[in-house]
Design a binder for this molecule. Sequence first.
Ligand code: KG4
Ligand code: ZN
Length: 337
Amino acid sequence: MIILGIETSCDETAVALYSGETGLIGHDIHSQVALHAQYGGVVPELASRDHIKLLLPLLSKLLGETNTTIPDIDCIAYTKGPGLAGALLVGASLANSLSISMKIPCIGIHHLEGHLLSPFLSHPNLEMPFLALLVSGGHTQIVQVNEVGNYRILGDTLDDAAGEAFDKTAKLLGLNYPGGAELSLLAEHGIPKYDLPRPMLSHKNLNFSFSGLKTAALLLTKKHGHSGKNNADIAASFQKAITDVLTRKTFRALEQTGIKSLVVAGGVSANNHLRHQINVVAKRKSIKVHFPPLEFCTDNAAMIAYAGYRRWANGSAKPDNGSFSVKPRWPLESMNY
Ligand code: KG4
Ligand code: ZN
């Protein structure tokens, strides 16, 4: 069976084709980063308009590249939430229109379930349960993945997500949106000489809070100025502090659950310092770590098509049947069955 995946929850327009027999056929992503950069963050209305403009051409391109036609598609999986309402509606509308006209089923997928199952795209034999550290611009969660449709959130952020904290700190260091990657490049030239707080580390629970860290970085720029060297030192100190917290809480969760397998996904998992630190500790503690390839760490439709396939295969998919809604807010655990 061939599943078309559609992702439009935020600022990436993405489509993918996944075959239940042979795996990923192909996928395409259009990033809107350049569109939003001048505003310093995602502008929801512009995101929706860009999805409207680009989704159909992107699908035509993918069909051409993969030598596939619409009648070859057996099922459609689209991101139903969480995300920006207008942006989600673009993907949901195309998915349902195709579904009705082609008389094929259409399934709304939880975006985070897509991220959690994304490691299977590159590691098809990955065993469950595993623990996932999901670190993106919108989410910071530690999730126990027991099986498809059985997720337990062990830790969550109380305020900013890790990527959001990177982006806000990058902005106050004068870097462009989204600044996470640029901040990490700047940090390579700095020394982590400032002792920034490690928020929530003394708390026994597995939750995070990053807004204070960003404020502490702001105070440092006010106190010591914005020189190139000082900015690099602040970037290195910030990166070290946030990495320490993410790493220590993640390994605390592994210890508490006794799980020996870890997946790190989401845009922030591209961070070299975080990857290095997690790899070092994992080796010491004999934990297996998987970082999905970057194209599947950040938002993509391959993970949505794959989640649709797994839901279809285990019989837990609920097709829309011509009436649909999107869910801008949608707790992951409501997906459990
Ligand atoms: O998963 P993602 O592509 O989109 C969602 O938010 O869903 O994550 C984007 C986030 C941004 O905040 C970006 O600054 C951050 O990931 N990011 C990084 C790095 N690359 C991307 N943060 C730190 N270091 C990086 N190398
Ligand atoms: Zn995402």
